[in-house]
Write a protein that binds this ligand. Structure first.
Ligand SMILES: Nc1nc2c(c(=O)[nH]1)N(C=O)[C@@H](CNc1ccc(C(=O)N[C@@H](CCC(=O)O)C(=O)O)cc1)CN2
Ligand SMILES: Nc1ncnc2c1ncn2[C@@H]1O[C@H](COP(=O)(O)OP(=O)(O)OP(=O)(O)O)[C@@H](O)[C@H]1O
Length: 180
C-alpha cells in the first residue's frame, strides 16, 4: 500500500494533466449533483469551503446556498493545526488568509451542534468514505467536534481511490460526490 505522501503526489500529477477549463467543467457537474442532494436541500446550516484553484469549485455554490436562505459557514485557519469556523456574510467580507484561501471576516461560529451538513474538500477519498486531506489534520481535528453532522466529500473522479491508509484520528464521510 502507498503512503499518504505518495498518494498526494500521485493525485497532484494526475491533476496537472487537466486544464483549468476542464476542471471547471467537472466542477459544474459535481455542483449540480450537490444542488439536487436531499441532505443539501434540507440543511439550513452548512459548513462549506472556499475552493482553491485545484479543488472542486464552490464559489457559486456558496452564493447559491445563501440565496436559498441557508446559513453558510467557512473555515478560517488560525494556527498550524487549528481552524475555526466563521459565518459567511458575502464576498465583500472575504480576505485571503493562510495558504491564500479566501476566508470570512464575519463572526466566529461556535454553535457546532446546529451544523446539519459539512461539505468537505479532499486530495482523495476511497470507496469506504475515508478522506485524504492536505496533510495537516485541520479537518480531522475539527470534525471530531461535530460527530452527528452529515459529511459529504467533494472530489473529481480521478481522486476516488480503492483504499486510503487510515489513522484512528481520520473521520469518515457519509457520502462522496464526484463527476462522471
Ligand atoms: N479550500 C480549502 N480550505 C481549507 C482547507 C482545504 O483543504 N481547502 N483545509 C484543509 O485542511 C484547511 C487549510 N489547510 C491547508 C493545508 C495545507 C495547504 C497547502 O497548500 N499545503 C501545501 C504544502 C504546504 C506546506 O507543507 O507548508 C500543499 O498542499 O502543496 C493548504 C491548506 C482549511 N481550509
Ligand atoms: N484529531 C487529531 N488530534 C491530534 N492529531 C491529529 C488529529 N487528526 C490528525 N492528527 C495528526 O495530524 C497529522 C496530519 O493528519 P492527516 O495526514 O490525516 O491530515 P489530512 O486529513 O490529510 O489534512 P487536512 O485535514 O489538513 O486536509 C497527522 O500527524 C495526524 O496524526
Amino acid at each position: 500500500m502507498c503512503s499518504k505522501r505518495e498518494l498526494r503526489n500521485h493525485i497532484r500529477n494526475i491533476k496537472r494533466q487537466f486544464t483549468k477549463q476542464q476542471l471547471e467543467e467537472l466542477s459544474l457537474e459535481i455542483i449540480n449533483r450537490i444542488k439536487t442532494n436531499p441532505q443539501f436541500n434540507k440543511a439550513r446550516t452548512i459548513l462549506l469551503y472556499c475552493s482553491l484553484p485545484d479543488e472542486v469549485e464552490t464559489h457559486e455554490l456558496i452564493d447559491f446556498a445563501c440565496k436559498e436562505g441557508k446559513q453558510i459557514l467557512l473555515p478560517k485557519v488560525i494556527g498550524n493545526t487549528i481552524m475555526e469556523i466563521r459565518k459567511y456574510t458575502g464576498r465583500k467580507d472575504m480576505i485571503a488568509g493562510a495558504y491564500k484561501i479566501m476566508e470570512p471576516t464575519g463572526d466566529i461560529f461556535t454553535d457546532y451542534d446546529s451544523i446539519e451538513l459539512a461539505i468537505i474538500p479532499g486530495m482523495a477519498f476511497d470507496t469506504q468514505g475515508n478522506r485524504l486531506g492536505r496533510g495537516k489534520g485541520y479537518y480531522d481535528r475539527f470534525l471530531e467536534k461535530i460527530p452527528g453532522t452529515y459529511k459529504i466529500g467533494l472530489c473529481f473522479h480521478f481522486q476516488i481511490l480503492d483504499n486510503i491508509p487510515t489513522e484512528h484520528t481520520d473521520i469518515k464521510m457519509n457520502e462522496v460526490l464526484t463527476d462522471g
